[in-house]
Design a protein around this ligand. Sequence first.
Ligand code: PMT
Length: 222
Amino acid sequence: PALQNLAGRNVMITAGPTREPLDPVRYISNHSSGKMGFAIAKAASAAGANVTLVAGPVSLSTPANCSRIDVVTADDMLSACEKLTPSTDIFISTAAVADYKASTIADNKIKKTGDELTLTFIKNPDILAKISGRPDRPFCVGFAAESQHVEDYARSKLVKKKLDMIAANDITVDGLGFNSDKNALHVIWKDGDKRFPATSKNELAEQLVALIAERFALSNKS
Ligand code: PMT
């Protein structure tokens, strides 16, 4: 059995994509499957945590002993997370949240009229930054999916979003990252870092959860 190093801790995990509607039949989204977040939920629960998954539209079954709230849009995901935050010790943000949503959702199906179609998008809320900016903030772990300058961009997100840790994945490596069963992570915090080479998301989740438990125990949040 796994070390019970998160015994009794409340852990909130976002997972999967968000889906932003354009009209009654269409949406924009991304290729996140939710596998990384669900694997972390399973590992955190095995480490003794009370886990709540806030899941975008994914086709995965809920790991044993985890609670789950299903959401569709970034706005829905934010309100679910805001409600859970006061009772959360650790927030792990693996979701691939759509950065933008349509400025207006058409009431009726958009018709095929011209040769071009222009849509206007507006920024979605940054869920992780909002939660980490609260006075009652939990210990916050972000993810960074990058296709270039992986470490630099991850370090700037760590600072900008006021995170305790960030797990960077290089999404240009074939067979890793979005919608695959494997991943590799470079985890960075203020005064250290650790590289986890490519392996199954389940194994990686166990290694990451052990590291999070270690850093959390050393933080002023524990
Ligand atoms: O779901 P899988 O198929 O298993 O794939 C896993 C994954 C590649 C999606 C995952 O490992 C991952 O990297 N997730 C973060 C993806 C991402 O889009 O990161 P980002 O660099 O846009 O965002 C940085 C951080 O802010 C993330 O923790 C993200 O959850 C959070 N964020 C971003 C935008 C936003 N509006 N709200 C947020 O909370």
